[in-house]
Design a protein around this ligand. Sequence first.
Ligand SMILES: *Cc1c(COP(=O)(O)O)cnc(C)c1O
Length: 228
Amino acid sequence: MADSIEKNLTAVERSIGEACDRAGRDRSEITLVAVSKTFPASYVDEAIRLGVTDIGENRVQEAESKLASVEKKARFHLIGHLQSNKSKLAASLFDVIQTVDSSKLARRLDEAAAEGGRSIEVMIQVNVGEEEQKYGVESEEAYALAAEVNSLEHLELTGLMTIPPIADEPATRRFFAKLRSLREEISERLESETFRHLSMGMSADYGIAIEEGATIIRVGSAIFGSRD
Ligand SMILES: *Cc1c(COP(=O)(O)O)cnc(C)c1O
């Protein structure tokens, strides 16, 4: 296990470097979130030992028990759907919640953060492919939600996240470009200096995402192995 995580991470870092070269970007502009869902805490500790600074989990319940046994320090991101009745628990476990997609959820998180006497970094999930079964706000609704979240005292809104439809490379590229132009539009209208992140790109397409401006990539199987 330890061997392969190290080997996989080296390969992922090499691909990130190549994508940065193609795009004329600096490696420091991109945060690698290692997605550890379904894998044990020991894998998380190993990734952190190898230099990973950010860890992603998609389910609150799974993260609750796992993160309690992680020994090393990292920033933890929730990247899966959050039901508002789990806001308080999620607020206590995660440093960043990437999947805010309703004003009800945003208000609950704000209350939870206020009770905890702190602020939470959040991002808005956008359903760029307008798929019925997917979570996230429609592109047209993103600004309204961003403006509301931005006005909540205990939430720090830092950007947008998306999971595009499974598609060929040109279409994937267009979905990523769409999220990027949405970020430009919203950051201009909000006049916010902290609203700058684009969380997009997974194991299959993080190179394309980097070329299209991703600042956060979420990579699971390419680091930890197949989940099947
Ligand atoms: C599982 C997951 C990932 C990582 O997927 P891989 O294909 O294993 O890299 C990224 N983002 C989200 C939201 C996920 O649920």
